[in-house]
Write a protein that binds this ligand. Structure first.
Ligand code: NAI
Ligand code: 13P
Length: 415
């Protein structure tokens, strides 16, 4: 743990190294370098290790080299050529991004953990980290998805926070990773709302112990989420105020707006992926922009209804309408996102979207398909499938129960 006089600095780990994970590591690494009094210079990036052959079209391909056409460890490649040739090709990473294939080692001594894994891998990876993270670490979840189990539905930030017993906020927005990696302007929303003891205010009087407070969970549906305890950030660290969190993420090309609505930010990111599939289906049928706008409109209404129905205590409708993580993310995802593109291709080629994902994404993962299944299983358990006709239609199309051509009649309100 590095110190600055009496002050510790924050050490940052990015848990994940896919298309968005690698982009996030790049921009955070640029910011820690510019804020040396707040953050340690090295950003750890956990890499789910795999063997990768440098593609022939890569600028790093050298036909004469010993390793040409030979598989090499992805983490080794990232640390030597400073590029993730598989998940973020042609983008140079700052040398202070250090790829680490050992997830436990990657989070050692880190006070800021940025989770950017496909949502299906979050529970298993977090389970490996139980008891291994700093007790006062704070997390930001950049993953888009929900965690549905027998007990109900949880935000991914809750799934992380509950498992690791730490506070977890959320980052989500209209953020196609490849554009941000190329430093093209975009906006994002960060929801970060830990108890006040993380600011430089004294520990609130009457708290259970001097260093522990209740972690307020936004979710109504998983009661256990409210029982987690949160350890205060020691005063030797710079406060993790909105201002300092913003310093970690905001770039001239990546504009951050800080809010407190973790549920709204998380649900926007998760549910827009289902809407993007619907947009891809109608586009694949050649129905044009009006049809796409129609499913987007209905999808946005269902997103808002979902928040109000299941996260009423915490979610703010204005988060969906005013922030990047809501309508803006629906728009960008329905124009150029992977879920949209793969759904469209599936219709055009007459293949399943699962086949298209395998063939076209080179290991990248769709989130809309599993989210459609998870949301459907939760809605079924609540007897509320009919209240969310677009989400239900997408699930039934994936299951082969209905055809994409039926979308207009399926989402038409019943008179
Ligand atoms: N790519 C994008 O434009 C954006 C993605 N996101 C979200 O970020 C999250 C992560 O997505 P990406 O970084 O794009 O990933 P990706 O889809 O590009 O890559 C998949 C990742 O999963 C890893 N992986 C494969 N099997 C694994 C396992 N068993 N355990 C752990 N990891 C495994 C791969 O190594 C790879 O890093 C998703 O929830 C996505 O919705 C959010 C905003 C933008
Ligand atoms: O979340 C995204 C854009 O904000 C990326 O969406 P896809 O996963 O569909 O590419």
């Amino acid at each position: 743990m590095a110190t600055l006089g009496a002050q510790h600095k924050h050490k940052v780990t990015v848990v994940g190294s896919g298309n968005w994970g690698t982009t996030m590591s790049k921009l955070v690494a640029e910011n820690v370098k510019e804020n040396p009094t707040l953050f340690e210079e090295t950003v750890q990036m956990w890499v789910y290790e795999e063997d990768v052959v440098i593609p022939k079209e890569s600028r790093h391909y050298d036909a004469g080299s010993e390793t040409a056409n030979k598989p090499q460890k992805l983490s080794h490649l990232i640390n030597t050529i400073h590029e993730n040739v598989k998940y973020l090709p042609n983008i140079t990473l700052p040398p202070n991004v250090v790829a680490n294939p050992d997830v436990v080692d990657s989070v050692k001594d880190s006070t800021i953990l940025i989770f950017v894994l496909p949502h299906q891998f979050i529970p298993r990876v977090c389970d490996q980290l139980i008891g291994k993270t700093m007790p006062w670490a704070r997390a930001i979840c950049c993953t888009k998805g929900v965690d549905v189990g027998e007990k109900g539905i949880r935000l991914m930030s809750e799934a992380i926070g509950m498992r690791l017993n730490i506070y977890c906020g959320a980052l989500s927005g209209a953020n196609i990773a490849s554009e941000i990696a190329q430093e093209k302007y975009s906006e994002t929303t960060i929801a970060y709302d830990p108890p006040p003891m993380d600011s430089r205010n004294p520990t609130p009087k009457g708290s259970p112990t001097s260093s522990q407070v209740d972690l307020i969970s936004p979710s109504k549906t998983v009661p256990s989420a409210r029982s987690a305890r949160l350890k205060a950030l020691p005063s030797e660290y710079p406060p993790l105020s909105h201002e300092n969190v913003r310093k970690l993420f905001h770039r001239p090309y990546f504009h951050v707006r800080m809010v407190s609505d973790v549920a709204g930010v998380s649900l926007g990111g998760a549910l827009k992926n289902i809407i993007a599939l619907a947009a891809g289906f109608v586009d694949g049928l050649g129905w044009g922009d009006n049809a796409k706008a129609a499913v987007m409109r209905v999808g946005i209404l269902e997103m808002v209804r979902f928040g109000k129905a299941f996260f009423a205590d915490s979610v703010k409708t204005s988060t969906f309408t005013e922030e990047s993580c809501g309508v803006a993310d629906v728009v960008t995802s329905c124009m150029g996102g992977r879920n949209f593109r793969c759904a469209k291709m599936a219709i055009e080629r007459g293949e399943t979207i699962f086949e298209i994902e395998q063939k076209e994404l080179n290991g990248q993962k769709l989130q809309g398909t599993s989210t459609a299944y998870e949301v459907n299983s939760f809605l079924k358990s609540q007897g509320m499938e009919k209240d969310f006709p677009l989400f239900t239609a997408v699930y039934n199309i994936l299951e082969g129960n209905v055809k994409p051509e039926q979308i207009p009649e399926l989402i038409e309100p019943k008179q």
